[in-house]
Write a protein of this length. Structure first.
Length: 510
Protein backbone atom coordinates (compact mmCIF):
# COMPACT_ATOMS: atom_id res chain seq x y z
CA UNK A 1 0.00 0.00 0.00
CA UNK A 2 1.26 3.53 -0.70
CA UNK A 3 3.35 5.19 1.96
CA UNK A 4 0.54 6.20 4.31
CA UNK A 5 3.11 7.68 6.65
CA UNK A 6 3.63 10.53 4.22
CA UNK A 7 1.39 12.55 1.98
CA UNK A 8 -1.55 10.16 1.72
CA UNK A 9 -2.07 9.45 5.40
CA UNK A 10 -1.17 12.96 6.44
CA UNK A 11 -3.33 14.80 3.95
CA UNK A 12 -6.29 12.75 5.05
CA UNK A 13 -5.54 13.90 8.59
CA UNK A 14 -5.51 17.57 7.63
CA UNK A 15 -9.28 17.82 7.85
CA UNK A 16 -9.03 17.68 11.61
CA UNK A 17 -6.50 20.50 11.71
CA UNK A 18 -7.81 22.67 8.89
CA UNK A 19 -9.53 25.12 11.22
CA UNK A 20 -6.20 25.79 12.88
CA UNK A 21 -4.48 26.86 9.66
CA UNK A 22 -2.81 30.25 9.84
CA UNK A 23 -0.19 32.40 8.19
CA UNK A 24 1.86 32.93 11.33
CA UNK A 25 5.63 32.55 10.95
CA UNK A 26 7.28 29.38 12.15
CA UNK A 27 7.85 29.29 15.90
CA UNK A 28 11.48 29.08 16.95
CA UNK A 29 10.40 26.69 19.72
CA UNK A 30 9.44 23.96 17.27
CA UNK A 31 12.10 21.41 16.27
CA UNK A 32 14.10 22.22 13.12
CA UNK A 33 12.48 21.79 9.72
CA UNK A 34 11.89 23.46 6.36
CA UNK A 35 10.25 26.87 6.31
CA UNK A 36 6.77 26.58 4.84
CA UNK A 37 4.53 28.75 2.71
CA UNK A 38 1.73 30.91 4.10
CA UNK A 39 -1.38 28.84 4.86
CA UNK A 40 -0.05 25.73 3.10
CA UNK A 41 2.91 25.42 5.42
CA UNK A 42 5.10 22.48 4.38
CA UNK A 43 2.46 20.85 2.19
CA UNK A 44 4.77 20.91 -0.83
CA UNK A 45 7.73 19.68 1.22
CA UNK A 46 6.07 16.42 2.24
CA UNK A 47 7.56 13.56 0.19
CA UNK A 48 5.06 11.53 -1.81
CA UNK A 49 7.19 8.40 -2.22
CA UNK A 50 9.98 6.76 -0.23
CA UNK A 51 9.57 9.38 2.45
CA UNK A 52 12.15 7.68 4.66
CA UNK A 53 15.02 8.84 2.43
CA UNK A 54 13.75 12.43 2.31
CA UNK A 55 13.39 12.64 6.08
CA UNK A 56 16.91 11.29 6.48
CA UNK A 57 18.27 13.90 4.04
CA UNK A 58 16.56 16.73 5.93
CA UNK A 59 17.89 15.32 9.19
CA UNK A 60 21.42 15.70 7.81
CA UNK A 61 20.67 19.14 6.36
CA UNK A 62 19.37 20.52 9.66
CA UNK A 63 21.78 18.46 11.78
CA UNK A 64 18.85 17.28 13.84
CA UNK A 65 17.45 13.81 14.43
CA UNK A 66 13.94 15.26 14.77
CA UNK A 67 12.39 17.16 11.86
CA UNK A 68 9.25 19.27 12.18
CA UNK A 69 6.68 20.03 9.50
CA UNK A 70 3.51 22.09 9.70
CA UNK A 71 0.80 21.54 7.09
CA UNK A 72 -2.43 23.54 7.24
CA UNK A 73 -2.06 23.77 10.99
CA UNK A 74 -1.24 20.10 11.50
CA UNK A 75 2.12 19.47 13.20
CA UNK A 76 4.16 16.51 11.98
CA UNK A 77 7.36 15.15 13.51
CA UNK A 78 9.78 12.67 11.91
CA UNK A 79 12.06 10.86 14.36
CA UNK A 80 15.31 9.80 12.69
CA UNK A 81 17.26 8.34 15.62
CA UNK A 82 16.84 5.54 18.09
CA UNK A 83 17.44 7.98 20.93
CA UNK A 84 14.48 10.17 19.96
CA UNK A 85 12.22 7.14 19.56
CA UNK A 86 13.20 5.80 22.98
CA UNK A 87 12.85 9.18 24.68
CA UNK A 88 9.40 9.96 23.27
CA UNK A 89 7.58 6.83 22.14
CA UNK A 90 9.01 4.44 24.73
CA UNK A 91 9.59 6.53 27.86
CA UNK A 92 6.55 8.77 27.29
CA UNK A 93 4.32 6.13 25.75
CA UNK A 94 1.25 7.18 27.75
CA UNK A 95 0.97 10.36 25.67
CA UNK A 96 2.52 9.19 22.37
CA UNK A 97 0.42 6.07 21.66
CA UNK A 98 -2.65 7.53 19.97
CA UNK A 99 -3.60 7.31 16.28
CA UNK A 100 -5.11 9.93 13.99
CA UNK A 101 -8.62 9.16 12.72
CA UNK A 102 -10.13 10.23 9.39
CA UNK A 103 -13.71 10.02 8.15
CA UNK A 104 -12.95 8.02 5.01
CA UNK A 105 -10.64 5.49 6.63
CA UNK A 106 -12.28 4.98 10.00
CA UNK A 107 -15.96 5.79 9.46
CA UNK A 108 -16.89 5.02 5.85
CA UNK A 109 -14.75 2.11 4.69
CA UNK A 110 -14.63 -0.28 7.64
CA UNK A 111 -10.97 0.12 8.53
CA UNK A 112 -11.91 1.07 12.10
CA UNK A 113 -11.86 -2.69 12.69
CA UNK A 114 -8.11 -2.82 12.19
CA UNK A 115 -7.04 -2.41 15.79
CA UNK A 116 -3.55 -1.34 14.71
CA UNK A 117 -5.21 1.86 13.45
CA UNK A 118 -7.45 2.39 16.49
CA UNK A 119 -7.28 5.33 18.84
CA UNK A 120 -5.45 4.63 22.09
CA UNK A 121 -8.04 3.74 24.71
CA UNK A 122 -9.98 0.95 26.39
CA UNK A 123 -11.12 -0.71 23.13
CA UNK A 124 -7.54 -0.88 21.87
CA UNK A 125 -6.20 -2.10 25.24
CA UNK A 126 -8.76 -4.92 25.37
CA UNK A 127 -7.77 -6.14 21.92
CA UNK A 128 -4.09 -6.01 22.73
CA UNK A 129 -4.68 -7.95 25.96
CA UNK A 130 -6.53 -10.70 24.13
CA UNK A 131 -3.96 -10.87 21.34
CA UNK A 132 -1.07 -11.00 23.80
CA UNK A 133 -2.57 -14.05 25.51
CA UNK A 134 -2.12 -16.06 22.33
CA UNK A 135 1.04 -14.58 20.80
CA UNK A 136 3.27 -13.65 23.73
CA UNK A 137 6.79 -15.16 23.75
CA UNK A 138 5.94 -17.95 26.21
CA UNK A 139 3.13 -19.41 24.10
CA UNK A 140 4.09 -18.54 20.53
CA UNK A 141 5.95 -21.84 20.22
CA UNK A 142 2.56 -23.56 19.89
CA UNK A 143 2.60 -22.45 16.25
CA UNK A 144 6.04 -23.84 15.40
CA UNK A 145 4.77 -27.11 13.89
CA UNK A 146 2.52 -25.21 11.49
CA UNK A 147 5.38 -22.86 10.67
CA UNK A 148 7.68 -25.78 9.88
CA UNK A 149 4.98 -27.25 7.65
CA UNK A 150 4.68 -23.91 5.83
CA UNK A 151 8.45 -23.66 5.35
CA UNK A 152 8.64 -27.18 3.92
CA UNK A 153 5.69 -26.53 1.64
CA UNK A 154 7.58 -23.49 0.35
CA UNK A 155 10.58 -25.68 -0.48
CA UNK A 156 8.42 -27.97 -2.59
CA UNK A 157 6.90 -25.02 -4.45
CA UNK A 158 10.33 -23.50 -5.12
CA UNK A 159 11.55 -26.84 -6.44
CA UNK A 160 8.61 -27.16 -8.82
CA UNK A 161 8.57 -23.60 -10.22
CA UNK A 162 11.43 -21.43 -8.90
CA UNK A 163 10.85 -18.53 -11.30
CA UNK A 164 7.64 -17.50 -9.53
CA UNK A 165 9.27 -17.55 -6.09
CA UNK A 166 7.50 -14.36 -5.06
CA UNK A 167 4.08 -15.93 -5.64
CA UNK A 168 5.10 -18.96 -3.62
CA UNK A 169 6.23 -16.77 -0.73
CA UNK A 170 3.00 -14.77 -0.84
CA UNK A 171 0.86 -17.90 -0.77
CA UNK A 172 2.93 -19.51 1.98
CA UNK A 173 2.48 -16.43 4.19
CA UNK A 174 -1.25 -16.02 3.58
CA UNK A 175 -2.09 -19.74 3.86
CA UNK A 176 -0.14 -20.05 7.12
CA UNK A 177 -2.00 -17.14 8.70
CA UNK A 178 -5.38 -18.39 7.44
CA UNK A 179 -4.66 -21.75 9.04
CA UNK A 180 -3.55 -20.30 12.37
CA UNK A 181 -6.25 -17.63 12.61
CA UNK A 182 -9.26 -19.41 11.07
CA UNK A 183 -8.20 -23.08 10.62
CA UNK A 184 -8.77 -22.70 6.87
CA UNK A 185 -6.93 -24.77 4.28
CA UNK A 186 -6.64 -22.93 0.97
CA UNK A 187 -5.13 -23.38 -2.48
CA UNK A 188 -3.31 -20.64 -4.40
CA UNK A 189 -6.38 -19.97 -6.57
CA UNK A 190 -8.85 -19.77 -3.66
CA UNK A 191 -10.66 -16.46 -3.22
CA UNK A 192 -9.92 -16.44 0.50
CA UNK A 193 -6.19 -16.44 -0.21
CA UNK A 194 -6.67 -13.26 -2.26
CA UNK A 195 -9.24 -11.52 -0.09
CA UNK A 196 -6.67 -9.75 2.06
CA UNK A 197 -4.94 -8.40 -1.06
CA UNK A 198 -8.19 -6.83 -2.27
CA UNK A 199 -8.71 -5.23 1.13
CA UNK A 200 -5.15 -3.90 1.20
CA UNK A 201 -5.70 -2.37 -2.23
CA UNK A 202 -8.53 -0.28 -0.77
CA UNK A 203 -6.25 0.86 2.04
CA UNK A 204 -3.64 1.76 -0.56
CA UNK A 205 -6.05 3.95 -2.52
CA UNK A 206 -7.43 5.63 0.59
CA UNK A 207 -3.96 6.36 1.95
CA UNK A 208 -2.78 7.85 -1.34
CA UNK A 209 -5.72 10.22 -1.82
CA UNK A 210 -7.39 13.28 -0.34
CA UNK A 211 -11.16 13.19 0.03
CA UNK A 212 -13.56 16.10 0.44
CA UNK A 213 -15.32 14.22 3.21
CA UNK A 214 -12.09 14.38 5.23
CA UNK A 215 -11.78 18.12 4.59
CA UNK A 216 -15.48 18.75 5.27
CA UNK A 217 -16.68 15.94 7.58
CA UNK A 218 -20.33 17.01 7.43
CA UNK A 219 -20.40 15.63 3.86
CA UNK A 220 -20.58 12.13 5.33
CA UNK A 221 -24.27 12.77 6.04
CA UNK A 222 -25.12 13.38 2.37
CA UNK A 223 -26.91 10.53 0.58
CA UNK A 224 -24.67 8.70 -1.87
CA UNK A 225 -26.83 9.79 -4.84
CA UNK A 226 -26.34 13.48 -4.01
CA UNK A 227 -24.22 15.47 -6.53
CA UNK A 228 -20.64 15.70 -5.28
CA UNK A 229 -20.94 12.61 -3.09
CA UNK A 230 -18.84 10.46 -5.40
CA UNK A 231 -16.33 9.63 -2.69
CA UNK A 232 -19.12 8.28 -0.54
CA UNK A 233 -20.26 5.98 -3.34
CA UNK A 234 -16.68 4.76 -3.74
CA UNK A 235 -16.43 4.30 0.01
CA UNK A 236 -19.44 1.98 -0.09
CA UNK A 237 -17.69 -0.25 -2.64
CA UNK A 238 -14.51 -0.32 -0.58
CA UNK A 239 -16.43 -1.02 2.61
CA UNK A 240 -17.96 -4.15 1.08
CA UNK A 241 -14.47 -5.44 0.26
CA UNK A 242 -13.10 -4.63 3.72
CA UNK A 243 -16.13 -6.09 5.49
CA UNK A 244 -15.77 -9.30 3.47
CA UNK A 245 -12.18 -9.63 4.59
CA UNK A 246 -13.02 -9.16 8.27
CA UNK A 247 -16.31 -11.08 8.33
CA UNK A 248 -16.33 -13.99 5.85
CA UNK A 249 -13.56 -16.22 7.18
CA UNK A 250 -14.54 -15.37 10.76
CA UNK A 251 -18.15 -16.44 10.23
CA UNK A 252 -17.10 -19.65 8.46
CA UNK A 253 -14.81 -20.52 11.37
CA UNK A 254 -17.41 -19.58 13.98
CA UNK A 255 -20.16 -21.63 12.33
CA UNK A 256 -17.86 -24.63 12.02
CA UNK A 257 -16.82 -24.30 15.65
CA UNK A 258 -20.46 -24.37 16.77
CA UNK A 259 -20.78 -27.77 15.07
CA UNK A 260 -17.32 -28.92 16.18
CA UNK A 261 -16.14 -29.17 12.58
CA UNK A 262 -13.03 -27.03 12.95
CA UNK A 263 -9.49 -27.52 14.24
CA UNK A 264 -8.35 -25.39 17.18
CA UNK A 265 -7.14 -21.97 16.04
CA UNK A 266 -6.88 -18.36 17.20
CA UNK A 267 -10.55 -17.65 16.47
CA UNK A 268 -11.86 -20.75 18.26
CA UNK A 269 -9.65 -19.92 21.24
CA UNK A 270 -11.22 -16.46 21.38
CA UNK A 271 -14.74 -17.86 21.05
CA UNK A 272 -14.12 -20.28 23.91
CA UNK A 273 -13.61 -17.34 26.26
CA UNK A 274 -17.21 -16.10 25.90
CA UNK A 275 -19.07 -17.10 29.05
CA UNK A 276 -22.24 -15.03 28.59
CA UNK A 277 -24.11 -15.50 25.26
CA UNK A 278 -25.76 -12.13 25.84
CA UNK A 279 -22.40 -10.50 25.10
CA UNK A 280 -21.88 -12.43 21.85
CA UNK A 281 -22.68 -9.56 19.48
CA UNK A 282 -20.17 -7.28 21.17
CA UNK A 283 -17.55 -10.01 21.37
CA UNK A 284 -18.07 -10.94 17.71
CA UNK A 285 -17.00 -7.45 16.73
CA UNK A 286 -13.91 -7.62 18.95
CA UNK A 287 -12.95 -11.07 17.68
CA UNK A 288 -13.45 -10.10 14.03
CA UNK A 289 -11.19 -7.12 14.63
CA UNK A 290 -8.50 -9.27 16.22
CA UNK A 291 -8.61 -12.06 13.65
CA UNK A 292 -8.76 -9.77 10.62
CA UNK A 293 -5.94 -7.55 11.83
CA UNK A 294 -3.79 -10.61 12.52
CA UNK A 295 -4.47 -11.89 9.01
CA UNK A 296 -3.52 -8.56 7.42
CA UNK A 297 -0.45 -7.87 9.53
CA UNK A 298 0.95 -11.38 9.62
CA UNK A 299 0.71 -12.28 5.95
CA UNK A 300 1.86 -8.90 4.63
CA UNK A 301 4.87 -8.66 6.96
CA UNK A 302 6.18 -12.18 6.34
CA UNK A 303 5.69 -11.86 2.59
CA UNK A 304 7.53 -8.54 2.32
CA UNK A 305 10.43 -9.59 4.55
CA UNK A 306 11.11 -12.87 2.76
CA UNK A 307 11.03 -11.17 -0.64
CA UNK A 308 13.48 -8.59 0.71
CA UNK A 309 15.71 -11.43 1.90
CA UNK A 310 15.60 -13.04 -1.55
CA UNK A 311 16.70 -9.73 -3.06
CA UNK A 312 19.57 -9.48 -0.57
CA UNK A 313 20.68 -13.02 -1.45
CA UNK A 314 20.64 -12.08 -5.14
CA UNK A 315 22.65 -8.90 -4.61
CA UNK A 316 25.03 -10.37 -2.01
CA UNK A 317 25.17 -14.10 -2.88
CA UNK A 318 28.48 -14.63 -1.05
CA UNK A 319 26.71 -14.15 2.30
CA UNK A 320 25.05 -17.54 1.86
CA UNK A 321 28.29 -19.50 2.08
CA UNK A 322 29.07 -19.17 5.80
CA UNK A 323 25.44 -19.77 6.75
CA UNK A 324 25.26 -22.90 4.60
CA UNK A 325 28.51 -24.21 6.06
CA UNK A 326 26.96 -23.84 9.51
CA UNK A 327 23.76 -25.58 8.39
CA UNK A 328 25.76 -28.45 6.90
CA UNK A 329 27.77 -28.85 10.11
CA UNK A 330 24.65 -29.03 12.29
CA UNK A 331 22.33 -30.94 9.95
CA UNK A 332 24.87 -33.02 8.03
CA UNK A 333 22.87 -32.56 4.83
CA UNK A 334 20.68 -35.39 6.16
CA UNK A 335 17.68 -33.49 7.51
CA UNK A 336 15.89 -30.17 7.44
CA UNK A 337 16.14 -27.69 10.33
CA UNK A 338 13.73 -27.25 13.22
CA UNK A 339 13.23 -24.44 15.68
CA UNK A 340 15.16 -26.49 18.26
CA UNK A 341 18.30 -25.99 16.15
CA UNK A 342 18.23 -22.22 16.58
CA UNK A 343 20.85 -22.00 19.34
CA UNK A 344 23.21 -24.03 17.15
CA UNK A 345 22.68 -21.79 14.12
CA UNK A 346 23.63 -18.22 15.12
CA UNK A 347 24.54 -17.33 11.53
CA UNK A 348 20.94 -17.92 10.42
CA UNK A 349 19.77 -15.61 13.20
CA UNK A 350 22.37 -13.00 12.23
CA UNK A 351 21.15 -13.15 8.64
CA UNK A 352 17.57 -12.58 9.77
CA UNK A 353 18.62 -9.63 11.92
CA UNK A 354 20.47 -8.15 8.97
CA UNK A 355 17.52 -8.39 6.57
CA UNK A 356 15.32 -6.67 9.17
CA UNK A 357 17.95 -3.93 9.39
CA UNK A 358 18.90 -3.62 5.71
CA UNK A 359 15.37 -2.75 4.68
CA UNK A 360 12.90 -2.76 7.59
CA UNK A 361 9.51 -4.16 6.72
CA UNK A 362 7.83 -0.92 7.82
CA UNK A 363 10.30 1.85 6.91
CA UNK A 364 8.10 4.58 8.43
CA UNK A 365 5.49 2.55 10.30
CA UNK A 366 2.03 3.81 11.21
CA UNK A 367 2.21 7.34 12.66
CA UNK A 368 1.60 7.96 16.35
CA UNK A 369 -0.34 10.94 17.70
CA UNK A 370 0.55 13.06 20.72
CA UNK A 371 -2.39 13.61 23.07
CA UNK A 372 -1.09 16.54 25.19
CA UNK A 373 1.43 19.35 24.79
CA UNK A 374 4.99 18.19 25.42
CA UNK A 375 8.51 19.62 25.72
CA UNK A 376 11.63 17.87 24.44
CA UNK A 377 15.19 19.23 24.39
CA UNK A 378 13.76 22.72 24.79
CA UNK A 379 11.40 22.31 21.84
CA UNK A 380 7.63 22.62 22.05
CA UNK A 381 5.58 19.75 20.60
CA UNK A 382 1.86 20.62 20.49
CA UNK A 383 -0.95 18.20 21.30
CA UNK A 384 -2.24 16.52 18.17
CA UNK A 385 1.21 16.30 16.56
CA UNK A 386 1.62 13.32 14.22
CA UNK A 387 4.85 11.47 15.09
CA UNK A 388 6.56 9.18 12.58
CA UNK A 389 9.34 6.65 13.19
CA UNK A 390 11.94 6.64 10.43
CA UNK A 391 13.05 3.06 11.05
CA UNK A 392 14.94 3.03 7.76
CA UNK A 393 17.16 5.95 8.84
CA UNK A 394 17.62 4.62 12.37
CA UNK A 395 18.82 1.26 11.07
CA UNK A 396 21.27 3.04 8.78
CA UNK A 397 22.97 4.99 11.54
CA UNK A 398 26.63 4.67 10.53
CA UNK A 399 27.81 5.04 14.12
CA UNK A 400 26.03 1.75 14.90
CA UNK A 401 26.03 0.05 11.50
CA UNK A 402 29.16 0.85 9.44
CA UNK A 403 28.60 0.59 5.67
CA UNK A 404 24.84 0.50 6.22
CA UNK A 405 23.94 -0.08 2.56
CA UNK A 406 25.93 -3.32 2.52
CA UNK A 407 24.13 -6.52 3.54
CA UNK A 408 26.54 -7.96 6.09
CA UNK A 409 25.13 -10.52 8.57
CA UNK A 410 28.49 -10.90 10.31
CA UNK A 411 28.04 -7.47 11.90
CA UNK A 412 25.85 -9.32 14.44
CA UNK A 413 28.52 -11.94 15.23
CA UNK A 414 31.65 -11.86 17.38
CA UNK A 415 35.02 -13.30 16.37
CA UNK A 416 33.92 -16.75 17.55
CA UNK A 417 30.78 -16.74 15.40
CA UNK A 418 28.42 -16.17 18.31
CA UNK A 419 25.68 -13.56 18.39
CA UNK A 420 26.95 -10.28 19.79
CA UNK A 421 25.20 -9.07 22.91
CA UNK A 422 26.13 -5.44 22.26
CA UNK A 423 24.34 -5.20 18.90
CA UNK A 424 20.72 -4.04 19.14
CA UNK A 425 17.96 -6.17 17.66
CA UNK A 426 16.51 -4.18 14.71
CA UNK A 427 13.11 -3.82 16.31
CA UNK A 428 12.33 -0.36 14.88
CA UNK A 429 10.71 -1.86 11.79
CA UNK A 430 8.05 -3.32 14.09
CA UNK A 431 7.18 0.01 15.72
CA UNK A 432 7.83 1.42 19.17
CA UNK A 433 6.32 2.06 22.57
CA UNK A 434 2.92 0.61 23.31
CA UNK A 435 2.33 0.28 19.57
CA UNK A 436 5.24 -2.14 19.12
CA UNK A 437 3.93 -5.01 16.97
CA UNK A 438 2.82 -7.74 19.40
CA UNK A 439 3.08 -10.38 16.66
CA UNK A 440 6.80 -9.87 16.10
CA UNK A 441 7.78 -13.05 18.01
CA UNK A 442 5.59 -15.17 15.74
CA UNK A 443 6.98 -13.41 12.67
CA UNK A 444 10.57 -13.89 13.86
CA UNK A 445 10.07 -17.66 14.25
CA UNK A 446 8.50 -18.01 10.80
CA UNK A 447 11.14 -15.92 9.08
CA UNK A 448 13.95 -17.82 10.81
CA UNK A 449 12.51 -21.17 9.78
CA UNK A 450 11.95 -20.08 6.18
CA UNK A 451 15.50 -18.76 5.78
CA UNK A 452 17.04 -21.83 7.41
CA UNK A 453 15.00 -24.21 5.25
CA UNK A 454 15.71 -22.47 1.96
CA UNK A 455 19.45 -22.18 2.55
CA UNK A 456 19.71 -25.81 3.65
CA UNK A 457 18.75 -27.12 0.21
CA UNK A 458 18.97 -24.22 -2.24
CA UNK A 459 21.53 -21.77 -3.56
CA UNK A 460 20.21 -18.40 -4.73
CA UNK A 461 21.98 -16.88 -7.71
CA UNK A 462 21.54 -13.99 -10.09
CA UNK A 463 19.53 -14.61 -13.23
CA UNK A 464 21.32 -14.41 -16.57
CA UNK A 465 20.26 -12.89 -19.87
CA UNK A 466 20.30 -14.54 -23.30
CA UNK A 467 24.02 -13.85 -23.63
CA UNK A 468 24.82 -15.45 -20.30
CA UNK A 469 25.46 -12.15 -18.52
CA UNK A 470 24.32 -11.79 -14.93
CA UNK A 471 21.26 -9.64 -14.33
CA UNK A 472 21.99 -7.52 -11.26
CA UNK A 473 18.71 -6.20 -9.84
CA UNK A 474 18.44 -2.78 -8.26
CA UNK A 475 17.58 -2.49 -4.60
CA UNK A 476 14.28 -0.74 -5.26
CA UNK A 477 11.33 -0.99 -2.90
CA UNK A 478 7.65 -0.19 -3.13
CA UNK A 479 6.70 3.13 -1.44
CA UNK A 480 4.15 1.48 0.83
CA UNK A 481 3.53 1.15 4.55
CA UNK A 482 4.72 -2.46 4.34
CA UNK A 483 7.47 -2.10 1.75
CA UNK A 484 8.45 -5.17 -0.33
CA UNK A 485 11.01 -4.97 -3.13
CA UNK A 486 9.94 -4.21 -6.66
CA UNK A 487 9.76 -7.35 -8.84
CA UNK A 488 13.14 -8.86 -9.69
CA UNK A 489 14.61 -12.07 -11.11
CA UNK A 490 16.89 -14.67 -9.58
CA UNK A 491 17.80 -18.34 -9.94
CA UNK A 492 17.13 -20.95 -7.27
CA UNK A 493 19.23 -24.12 -7.59
CA UNK A 494 19.66 -27.27 -5.53
CA UNK A 495 22.87 -27.24 -3.48
CA UNK A 496 23.68 -30.98 -3.49
CA UNK A 497 22.23 -34.14 -5.10
CA UNK A 498 20.42 -35.35 -1.97
CA UNK A 499 18.63 -32.02 -1.46
CA UNK A 500 15.72 -32.94 -3.72
CA UNK A 501 15.17 -36.13 -1.75
CA UNK A 502 15.02 -34.17 1.50
CA UNK A 503 12.33 -31.92 0.03
CA UNK A 504 10.22 -34.82 -1.24
CA UNK A 505 10.62 -36.73 2.02
CA UNK A 506 9.47 -33.69 4.00
CA UNK A 507 6.45 -33.31 1.71
CA UNK A 508 5.49 -36.96 2.33
CA UNK A 509 5.77 -36.47 6.09
CA UNK A 510 3.32 -33.57 5.93
Amino acid sequence: MPDCTTIGYLLASLALAYALASCHPRSSRYPPGPRGLPLLGNLLDMPRKHSWTKHQELSKTYRSDIIHYQVLGLHILALNSGRAVRDLLDKRSTIYSDRQETVMLHELTGWHRNWALMRYGDAWKERRRLFHQHFRPRVVSQYNLKQVKAARSLLHSLLESPRVFSEHIRFMASSLILDIVYALDVRPDDLEARRVERALETLAKISASVFMVDLIPVLKYLPSWFPGAGSKRQASIWKNIVDEMFETAYQVCKNSAQHEYVRPCFTTALLSEVSDPANMKEMDEIFMSLAGTTYIGGSDTINATLNTWMLAMTLFPHTQVAVQDELDTVLGRKRLPSIEDRDLLPRVTAMLHEVLRWHPVGPMGVPHRLTVDDEYRGYHIPAGTIVMINAWAILRDESVYPDPDVFRPERYLDSDGRLRTDMPYPVEGFGAGRRLCPGRHFAHDMLWLAIAHVLTVFRIERAVDEDGHEIVPEAKFEPWLISPPEPFQCQIKLRFPEAEGLIHLAAMDE
